[in-house]
Design a protein around this ligand. Sequence first.
Ligand code: Z5A
Length: 210
Amino acid sequence: MPGHLITFEGPEGGGKSTQARLLADALRARGIEVLTTREPGGTPTGEIIRDLLQNDLSHEPLCDATEALLFCASRAQLCRNVLAPALERGAWIVLDRFTDSTLAYQGFGRGFDVATLRSLNDFATGPVRPSLTLLLDLPVEEGLARAVARSGKKDRIEQAPMDFHRRLRDGYLQLAREEPDRFAVVDASKPVPDVTAEIRRIVETRFFDG
Ligand code: Z5A
């Protein structure tokens, strides 16, 4: 596909949304067509699934398998209806969370078999693959404190035990070690301008010959 998909990943509070917006602005300033979106969500169906996942809409505890499948269902809709057509016409996409979130949260966090989740991801994405994944890494306590300071409360997933959050952070770092060509790990505990500058440097080197 002629376009590029850049994904932002990492534990809570790493600044993915902040940095995704800043990166998209910088790419647009170069005259590139850039689309920004997020998971779960990014389509009308995906946003309903997001609401279901985050806000206890059904008043029934979601079982872990349902949760995993709902993330993948939102992804399938986004890939087919938004990402694949945009990449085909040569657009760039800056995406706040993608397949690695399922491996980290549902795999390393909830304990589902990572190979099974990879198959589900492949089924959901079809041929859509990231060109670059920026892993915004920071200590779990720091990230959760930022997320709570922003919204004043913890959402359903943020309420999971600290152990869960530690496993998923370690899981992300393992995924990055397994695919060093796709991943770049960014120290997200630094101030916003420093993180932005590091991301700019990585993107310049990767796509614009430094
Ligand atoms: N999930 C999953 O389990 N499986 C999946 O397959 C997928 C997702 C796709 C989505 O929630 C949830 O779904 C998420 C994973 C799970 N788990 N939870 N909970 P979301 O999209 O609502 O939230 P999020 O992706 O976790 O976003 P976030 O962590 O809350 O925020 P962020 O995008 O990383 O950061 P931010 O909004 O840019 O910044 C957060 C706050 O920190 C804000 O007040 C900023 O001003 C501040 N901030 C940002 N950067 C800095 C720096 N550098 N220093 C100081 N303060 C900063």
